[in-house]
Write a protein of this length. Sequence first.
Length: 144
Amino acid sequence: MAERLQRAHPADLEVRGDGRTVVGIAVPFDRPAEIRDTSGTYAETFRHGAFARTIAERGDRVKFLAQHDRRSLPLGRAVLLREDAAGLYTEFRVSKTQHGDEALELIRDGALDALSIGFRPIRDQWTANRSAVERVEARLDEVS
């Protein structure tokens, strides 16, 4: 199985509805980001369609975590994942727990202003010199 990776992206997070739904773009499409990891330094671009299989097969089971921590309880779960022109649009229902309440307050205060994904690359297109990669298909494991 492919290595599990994490990527953070600034997001205009909003709390909507009854005050327990967090909305934002988790991954922008067609915007290269400079990455430095065990593979080196390279530009990474996610393409529209990269998460289509995850959405179709398990979109309602994608968890909303705090700091990618799978050992503690999740903050909530996805109620809507969709790909649009801007990127991977997400809506998460935050559970009424102490950690969920704290996360919502930090988002409302602007202290939390990014989303980060945990994913596994499925199909990539690297340049010949490995200075850039296009993520054509990726399995979305979770959003934090």
